[in-house]
Design a binder for this molecule. Structure first.
Ligand code: MAN
Length: 563
């Protein structure tokens, strides 16, 4: 705690012009309070300072016996040292610390305790009883000069740190401005994207309706084609039957004609021309004419083959009657009958069909079907892809908007001074570890022996302990006289908390407490594992180099003025 104990030593140095000890004032009392220690009344009594109902003979002041409940009757002895600090009427034993330093109060229990308390009473006045022959020489000149020099150095650090802090605040302001401008721009972009996305979703609906209508139209067209095809097929089959019948009838007739020709030819050969039978003679003449005419109803072989083909084969290439290639998709859509169904029913039907198909495939009744990636027409897919691209872009922009918003609402301390330090990392080797931490991000403990490392947590919050209530402040009333130790800048009361680190074996999750003090550069002064897996860093940073000026700072300025 030595570094926390500087302020009183600091106080020692500030003024060479303090009040001189007044021989008329009881020991341990500041001459400024002389009027409180004047005997009163004819009986020359003393009134306890905060208990006016209690009076004692003035002669009993500093008689080494504690009479007043506030210790005010024993300002120069340790008789009332047992009383709680808060109950005391005076701050302690007053040391004038002249020449070369300033007055200070020593805790009563250290008065005449056999130790020269130079850090508070550099004049040695606290050991006036010379217990065991102890002589405390006045070292105020020497100590005061040293502290004065240190104060000068400290003032320099604080002054430089303060300037850096101002720069950090300026930078943080600029960063906020940039973030805010970016946020506004993002809001505009998002508004535009939302409209674009809504438009594209509308477009998807329109294209879906249009494509479905197309599918229905196509189905109607295909339906007609099918009907025509079926009618034509039927008609052709009928014609084939008729043709076959005609061919059969023709064959019969041809046979009968051949028979009749044979009869007539026989008649011609066998009739008696000398026999005057006009009927027979006329018939023979007509036969001769008939033969001379040479009319033949016989078909060529080629004609016969054509007829055979017509009757036996398909005769018509039905594939040629199938729709053209570019219409195929439309026509196929009529087989995807589920597209005419409402969406929920469509999904159900599709699922059932898939189940049925799977059953057939599993049982070897159907070759495995590799479904096309989608049943949707290209136009719908394109519209959906455009909408989805807009949605992806919108999501990304919304995410960065949220990031910017949360970044803007994060607590970066007074004047957002820490904003400009976010992500700045520093480290220090302590013992077998390298301790790292990044402002407002993460802290680590890395082994210097191997590559192992432990996560000490993420930044959670800033705590600012007001000086008046900080434990350090309480302790500072009674500082240490080791000036070199005291040279350390005291902690500011600002603490950064890092929590949620890696689990400690048989202990809590690791966490770190970053206690800040004023320094020109960001630096880790010390790291201590204060409890198992709880680490306390002392970190110097310009961030805490300003604020309400403390008494010691004011004195620092006084020293600066004197230098
Ligand atoms: C590691 C380090 C130590 C810690 C122990 C607890 O060795 O993180 O700081 O005390 O684990 O098991």
């Amino acid at each position: 705690m030595h570094h926390q104990l500087l302020s009183a030593a600091v106080l020692l140095a500030a003024s060479a012009g303090g009040a001189l000890a007044n021989p008329g004032v009881p020991k341990g009392v500041d001459p400024k309070d002389a009027q409180l220690y004047t005997p009163t009344g004819s009986d020359q009594h003393f009134t306890c300072l905060t208990h006016p109902s209690i009076t004692i003979p003035f002669s009993t002041v500093n008689d080494d016996y504690c009479d007043c409940p506030d210790g005010s009757d024993e300002p120069g002895t340790s008789a009332c040292a047992h009383l709680p600090h808060t109950q005391l009427a005076l701050k302690g034993f007053y040391c004038a610390n002249q020449p070369g330093s300033i007055s200070q109060y020593l805790p009563l229990n250290r008065v005449n305790d056999g130790v020269c308390d130079y850090e508070i009473c550099c004049d040695g006045s606290d050991e006036y009883n010379h217990v065991g022959g102890l002589q405390c020489e006045n070292r105020c000149k020497e100590i005061g000069a040293k502290v004065k020099q240190l104060l000068g150095e400290r003032w320099k650090v604080r002054n430089e740190g303060g300037k850096k802090r101002a720069d950090l605040i300026e930078k943080a302001k600029v960063m906020r401005g940039v973030l805010e401008a970016g946020l506004k721009q993002l809001e505009v972009v998002i508004e535009g994207l939302e409209k674009k996305h809504a438009g594209l979703l509308e477009e998807v609906k329109i294209v879906e309706v249009r494509e479905r209508a197309k599918a229905v139209k196509a189905s109607k067209k295909a339906e007609k084609t099918n009907i025509v095809r079926e009618v034509a097929k039927q008609r052709i089959d009928e014609l084939k039957v008729h043709l076959q019948k005609l061919r059969d009838d023709e064959r019969d007739l041809r046979e009968r004609l051949t028979e009749a020709e044979k009869i007539l030819e026989g008649l011609k050969q066998t009739y008696n021309p000398n026999f005057n039978d006009e009927g027979v003679k006329g018939a023979v003449r007509k036969w001769d004419d008939y033969v001379a005419e040479g009319k033949s109803v016989a078909r060529s072989d080629a004609e016969e083959r054509d007829l055979d083909d017509l009757l036996n084969g398909e005769g018509i290439d039905w594939d040629k009657l199938m729709p053209a290639q570019e219409e195929e998709e439309e026509i196929q859509s009529i087989y995807r009958f589920e597209e005419y169904l409402p969406k929920n029913m469509r999904d159900w039907v599709r699922q059932k069909m898939d189940e049925g198909r799977k059953f057939l495939v599993d049982n070897g009744l159907l070759a495995e079907y590799i479904p096309p990636t989608t049943h949707e027409p290209k136009a719908v897919l394109d519209a959906k892809a455009a909408a989805s691209a807009a949605e992806t872009e919108l999501t990304a922009k919304r995410n960065s908007l949220n990031n910017s918003k949360s970044e803007l609402s994060k607590d970066y301390g007074p004047n957002e001074v820490f904003r400009s330090l976010k992500g700045v990392c520093i480290d220090r080797d302590v013992g077998e570890y390298k301790y790292e931490f990044c402002f407002f991000e993460k802290a680590y403990q890395r082994s210097l022996k191997d590559s192992s490392s432990s996560f000490l947590g993420d930044h959670q919050r800033i705590e600012i302990i007001p000086p008046s209530t900080s434990a350090a402040e309480q302790e500072e009333i009674f500082p240490c006289d080791d000036v070199d130790e005291a040279h350390e800048e005291k902690l500011s009361g600002w603490v950064l908390h890092y929590d949620g680190g890696s689990q400690c074996w048989n202990g809590p999750k690791r966490s770190a407490r970053i206690e800040l003090y004023c320094a020109v550069e960001n630096v880790i002064r010390s790291v201590v594992e204060t409890e198992k897996c709880v680490y306390t860093y002392e970190v110097g940073t310009p961030v805490v180099c300003e604020g309400e000026k403390s008494a010691e700072e004011k004195m620092g300025e006084q020293v600066r003025d004197e230098l």
